[in-house]
Ligand binder design. Structure first.
Ligand SMILES: O=C(O)CCC(=O)C(=O)O
Ligand SMILES: [Fe+2]
Length: 367
C-alpha cells in the first residue's frame, strides 16, 4: 500500500480557439481557463491542440525504434555534450535532483535544425529525423499560439511572450524512455530525499516559460508515474513533508480526448514564467516515480522545453508587483538563468568557471 496517495485530476482546457484562429471572444474564454489552471496548479491538459495524433504516434514510433537499438549502436550515436545539448543521454547519466540517485531513464535531445550539425542525427533510425523535425515544426506553431494565449490570460501585450521565441535557440525536444525496473524498485518511500526511493526522474521544476509533455499511452498503466506537488512560489521545496499527487486521467477525460480530432497534451509552467509573473503562475515541482502498477513496463514520453531566446531579459512584469512592494526576483537573462540552475544542480564545490561551457545543458550530466 502506498501512503498518502492522492490523485490529481488535470483540468482539461479546449484549445480549439487558438489552434484554429477563432474569434477574440472565444480565445478570451480559453485564456481565462488557462489562467485559472496555471494560477492554481501550474499544470493543465490542453485538448484539441491542433497537433495531428498521427504525428505524435510517428514520433513515439521513432523513439521506440531508437531506444530499441543495442547498446553499442547507442554508444555510436552522437552523445549529448553540454555545448550543443543535442544527442543521446545514456541510462543513469542525469539527475534532475542532485540530492538523489541518478534518474532511471535514457533520452535523446533534438534542437532547432539551425542549431544542429548535419552529423548530429547520424546512426538514428531512418524515420527519426523526419518524425522529430515534423513534430518540432508543429510544436513551434503551438508554442506561438500558447504564448499568445498566456499573454491574453495575463492581460499583457499580445507579443509579450512570443517575441521571446523568435529563434528558439534554447528550446529542446526531448524523447524519453524509462526501461522496466526491478521489483525491488517499485515501492517509493514518500517524502524521502535519499537514494532508497526509486524514482525515474527526481523532483524538479522546469526552467523555461512552459513545457509541452506527451506521455504514451494514457490508456495504459505504463504511462503512470508522473506526480506533482503544489508549492508556494516557483522553486523546489526540499522539505520532507511532501504530499505528492498522481496525475491520472479518469474515464471521462479519456473518452473526451479520444473523441477529439487532434492530440491532447500536458502543459506545465516553467520557473521563468513564475518569475515573470512574480509567482502569480506557479512552476510546480514534479517527478516521475516507479509506479507499483507499472514498474515492469517501458514508459515513453516526449517533452518540448520552451525556453526564452538566449538574450531575453526576464524581469517581473510591474503589473504583478503591488505598490510599495519589491518584486520577488531581480531581472535575469534567459541564458544566465539556465547557467545558474546548472550550477545549483552541480553543487557548490564545482569550479564555476569550468562550467561555463555547460550553458546549454539543462541538467547535471554525470561524468
Ligand atoms: O516523463 C515525464 O512524464 C516527465 C519528465 C520531466 O518532467 C522532465 O524531463 O522534465
Ligand atoms: Fe519536468
Amino acid at each position: 500500500m502506498q501512503p498518502n496517495r492522492h490523485v490529481f485530476k488535470l483540468p482539461l482546457v479546449d484549445f480549439t480557439s487558438f489552434a484554429s484562429s477563432l474569434s477574440q471572444t472565444e480565445k478570451l474564454y480559453t485564456a481565462q481557463a488557462i489562467h485559472e489552471a496555471n494560477r492554481q496548479h501550474g499544470f493543465v491538459c490542453l485538448r484539441n491542440s491542433g497537433i495531428p495524433k498521427q504525428s505524435i504516434e510517428k514520433a513515439f514510433g521513432a523513439s521506440r525504434t531508437l531506444f530499441d537499438l543495442d547498446s553499442s549502436q547507442k554508444q555510436s550515436l552522437k552523445q549529448i555534450d553540454p555545448k550543443s545539448n543535442t544527442g543521446y543521454v545514456g541510462y543513469g547519466r542525469e539527475a534532475l535532483n542532485r540530492r538523489r540517485a541518478t534518474d532511471l531513464k535514457e533520452a535523446f535531445n533534438v534542437r532547432n535544425t539551425s542549431f544542429m550539425d548535419s552529423t548530429d542525427l547520424e546512426g538514428t533510425p531512418e524515420e527519426f529525423q523526419e518524425a522529430t523535425q515534423d513534430l518540432w515544426t508543429l510544436l513551434k506553431k503551438l508554442s506561438d499560439e500558447y504564448a499568445a494565449c498566456c499573454a491574453m490570460a495575463l492581460d499583457l501585450e499580445e507579443d509579450y511572450f512570443s517575441d521571446t521565441l523568435k529563434d528558439m535557440d534554447l528550446c529542446t525536444l526531448r524523447l524519453l524512455h524509462y526501461p522496466p525496473c526491478d521489483e525491488s524498485d517499485q515501492t517509493p518511500k514518500a517524502g524521502k530525499e535519499s537514494n532508497e526511493c526509486a524514482i525515474r526522474v527526481g523532483e524538479h521544476t522546469d526552467f523555461g516559460i512552459f513545457t509541452f509533455l506527451f506521455v504514451h499511452d494514457y490508456h495504459d498503466e505504463s504511462s503512470l508515474g508522473l506526480q506533482v506537488k503544489a508549492v508556494e512560489g516557483g522553486e523546489i521545496d526540499h522539505s520532507d513533508n511532501n504530499v505528492w499527487n498522481d496525475i491520472e486521467f479518469d474515464q471521462e477525460s479519456l473518452e473526451i480526448i479520444d473523441r477529439d480530432d487532434t492530440a491532447a497534451l500536458i502543459v506545465n509552467t516553467g520557473a521563468l514564467m513564475a518569475r515573470w509573473t512574480n509567482d502569480v503562475w506557479r512552476a510546480t515541482a514534479h517527478r516521475v516515480i516507479v509506479s507499483p502498477k507499472s514498474y515492469s513496463s517501458h514508459r515513453y514520453s516526449i517533452a518540448m522545453f520552451v525556453d526564452p531566446d538566449k538574450e531575453t531579459v526576464c524581469s517581473v512584469h510591474p503589473k504583478f508587483v503591488n505598490n510599495g512592494e519589491e518584486p520577488n526576483y531581480p531581472p535575469i537573462k534567459s541564458i544566465d538563468y539556465l547557467l545558474m540552475k546548472l550550477r545549483e544542480a552541480q553543487g557548490e564545490s564545482d569550479d564555476k568557471g569550468k562550467n561555463k561551457s555547460n550553458i546549454f545543458c539543462k541538467c547535471f550530466v554525470k561524468k
